[in-house]
Design a protein around this ligand. Structure first.
Ligand SMILES: CC(C)[C@H](C(=O)O)[C@@H](O)C(=O)O
Ligand code: SF4
Length: 421
């Protein structure tokens, strides 16, 4: 009987001939990733009585969540991490390099056939380049540092087929918001989600990253796009590593196959306080916003910034609205600067921030006050996510965010474009 992607790759990484869903296997990941939570992990590591990370070359630490440090406490945390990675000889990217998930992909640290475990819930992102990648807890990361291995339960597999053609200004973000809206925030709980269908062949790696990133929001253990020419072309420009891709068998058995035709999809918006309370934009159009954020590991890439600039079409940010632009990485920041996008946003009245998570997690760089309404291109909108528990946060694509920024209200970017034309 055929095997799914998860079954094949986990068998391989566990050194077994075959595995079944539900089976507990001990795997040896190719990469372990952590970020600002590394100091907390180091404390747990000390508690289990270890001094040296067993295979330091298999780990990476990226400071991104509260960068640059917003308080003495954060500064101390960063300082401890710098000392720890130096002592242990762990690959390290300091503040300013970018959001961990973007950096891992840009640096070619994840690719087809890799098993990556990260101490962050959006680690499934790297399935966009054919890796099995999943989030783990801090104590699991400490155990991984100590032994180089970890047990995992083999997930059941869910296949999602995406077919049709997206209309103008409807994006991968709208697709995944729609999918989450239909399946719910627990719609793929502890499942390995394989995305297939005719739309996939027309999706760039960044498009696929939007989808695998947000698959975490429906509970997925990991998410996967079978590596194709688009994947290999993308990776060839970034790394000279060679990869051994793993593909599902054609006769693999899935728990379920769900098909979506995206041809008539409108731009989608997730309404507070639930990521799965997703509606077509026409249902929330007109809602006033105080702050718009374009960035994060979901939608802070160069094509997101290009799309936002296109929708803004030289119009200024609406009076009374704060617009924050947070390039996901230094590479994106430089590219956007070279293309004149950062100046364009700044001239329109936006505030361009440093690469990193920015206000996504509500810790700094633009938190919302009680009663305020935000719209962001990020992946979470629960109560208090971007500051006050009494603020509201809507989620949408960069096109939707740009349209809100220049009109001061949730607006269908397609209508705006029509008016501009
Ligand atoms: C702080 C970190 C552990 C957290 C996560 O795991 O996802 C953060 O990145 C988030 O998006 O809430
Ligand atoms: S950008 Fe947001 S979702 Fe992504 S890793 Fe940072 S805090 Fe988490």
């Amino acid at each position: 009987m055929g095997k799914t992607f998860a079954e094949k790759i986990l068998a391989q990484k566990a050194g077994l001939a075959a595995v079944e869903p539900g089976q507990i296997v001990t795997v040896r990941p190719d990469l372990g990733m952590s970020h600002d939570n590394t100091a907390a992990i180091a404390k747990l590591f000390g508690k289990i009585g270890r001094k040296r990370v067993k295979e330091p070359e298999k780990f990476v630490v990226i400071l991104d969540h509260v960068v640059p440090a917003a308080s003495v406490e954060y500064a101390e945390n960063h300082k401890e991490i710098r000392e720890f990675v130096r002592e242990q000889g762990i690959r390290f990217y300091d503040v300013g390099r970018g959001v961990c998930h973007q950096v891992v992909v840009e640096e070619g640290l994840a690719g087809p056939g890799d098993l990556v475990l990260g101490a962050d819930s959006h680690t499934p992102t790297y399935g966009a380049v054919g890796a099995f990648s999943a989030g783990i807890g801090r104590s699991e990361m400490a155990a991984l540092w100590a032994t180089g291995e970890l047990w995992l339960k083999v997930p059941t597999s869910l296949r999602i087929e995406l077919d049709g053609t997206l209309s103008e200004l409807v994006t991968a973000k709208d697709v995944i918001l729609h999918v989450i809206g239909k399946l719910g925030a627990d719609g793929a709980l502890y499942q390995s989600v394989e995305f297939t269908g005719s739309l996939v062949a027309r999706m760039t790696v960044p498009d696929r990253m939007v989808i695998t990133n947000m698959a975490a929001e429906m509970g997925a253990k990991n998410a996967f796009f079978a590596p194709d020419e688009i994947t290999f072309g993308y990776l060839a420009a970034r790394t000279d590593r060679t990869f051994t891709p793993v593909y599902p068998d054609p006769d693999a058995r899935y728990q379920d196959t769900i098909r979506f035709d995206v041809s008539r999809l409108e731009p989608q918006v997730a309404c507070p306080p639930d990521v799965d309370h997703v509606v077509p934009i026409s249902q929330v159009a007109g809602k006033r916003v105080d702050q718009v954020v374009i960035g994060t590991c979901t939608n802070g890439r160069i094509d997101d910034l290009r799309l936002a600039a296109e929708v803004m079409a030289g119009q200024p940010v609406a009076e009374g609205v704060r617009m924050l632009i947070v390039p996901a990485s230094r590479e994106v920041w430089i590219q956007a600067a070279e293309e004149g996008l950062l100046a364009l946003f700044a001239e329109a009245g936006a505030l361009v921030l440093n690469p990193g998570c920015g206000p996504c997690l509500g810790a700094h760089e633009g938190v919302l006050a009680p009663g305020e309404v935000g719209l962001a291109t990020s992946n979470r909108n629960f109560k208090g996510r971007m500051g006050s528990p009494d603020a509201e946060l809507y989620l949408g694509s960069p096109a939707v965010a740009a349209a809100a920024a220049v009109t001061g209200r949730i607006t269908d970017p397609r209508r705006l474009l029509e008016e501009e034309r």
